[in-house]
Design a binder for this molecule. Sequence first.
Ligand SMILES: [Fe+2]
Length: 425
Amino acid sequence: MSIAQLQAFIGHLRQNKVFEQSDIIKVVKQMVQIDRRIGLLAISRGYLRPEQVNVIMNALLRHIDLKFGEAAVQMQMLTEPQVEEILRLQKNDLFIFSQAAILSKVASAEKMAVVLKNFLSSQAGAAPPPEDAAPSKERVAMGRKIREVLNSIQSVAALPGAAQKVLTMLQDPEVDMDKIAKMLATEATLVTKILKIVNSAFYGLRARCNTMNQALVILGLKKIRQIILTAGIMEKFQNVSPEFAAKYWNHSLRAAQWSKELAGIFKFKETEELFLSGLIHNIGELVIVQYFPNEYRQIDDLIKAGTIRIEAERRIIGGTHADIGAFVFEMWMLAGETVQSAMLHHQTPAMLGQIKDLSTYIKIINLAVALADVDPEGKDAFEVIAQLDVVYQPYAELIGKSDIGIGDIHMRVTNTVKELQKMFA
Ligand SMILES: [Fe+2]
């Protein structure tokens, strides 16, 4: 399938007044958002679960000659007919256009089937459009680039030594707390960060906690694990400009606090885990800024010229910061839901709705990130709430609640985030 055929199809829709021009633009915009990677197509067909895509991507790094489909078949995650079907769909621009039209609610699936049938029969007998040679070459180069990027991330993305060692030690529920405290004591800056988080508004301790031993006793293993991970990440990604860091962490804290509030609405017991997933969902962007500054500048130039971020990232490094974040979390052996929420945080609610058995956890983080994108800074409260309402509407059906009292939550999130920012001061 080729771009020429897609252009002919769009011409056909215009000529026959099947769609309005504004609807065609809407669909093309939605097309950009559809990730053409085989993995996501496989997820949307219900053939793979999101975490399986990561497992396959990791295997590809070790076996450089394998293709995604081949690896998936070897690992018995996909069958050969499924791979063939997905490859066919991936190459088919008309399929992607139709899917985008359905997702953006420009046409129903039934209508698209009729439109496609009419178009294809009008094309029968016409000379076949020339195949594009360039895109396939481009695709090969992109595949290589993302592998290069992921390979170099493997060598740089380890957490600071003591944090990594302690996280491994904490996997043993019988671990000796004294040993943990001693190990952490070897990195004073890490301990300072950990105590800052422990004493932050988030944990609301009655008395100040001044030593690691006290913190370990008061908070317990699970919370300490999350805090060490957060402190390790803050320590790891310090080589970015203060302006970028302030903006980045402000957005991440809002996403974290929205996640925690939404978790409460859905009666999740582990609200702190959702907070953490919200806080670190965008780590791929930090990885790009700190370790791929040249590529980051090129991405930034494309964004300034009007390209949306994830598309710009795909063009420059062959993958998105969401892919990179999921890859790093996999390396750090974080929980599957944290990995998946990073991987899927830029998917639209319509795309999420297509994924079979997607957990509420992932939907919450996705929604929290979208709500956190509305920055209340310098805006009137009514204006912010109206914007949040607009963001929420497409999620109402996905998460099964028409009203979550967005205004009240927004007030609580804004106040808490102000307190939490002190963690980073
Ligand atoms: Fe993001």
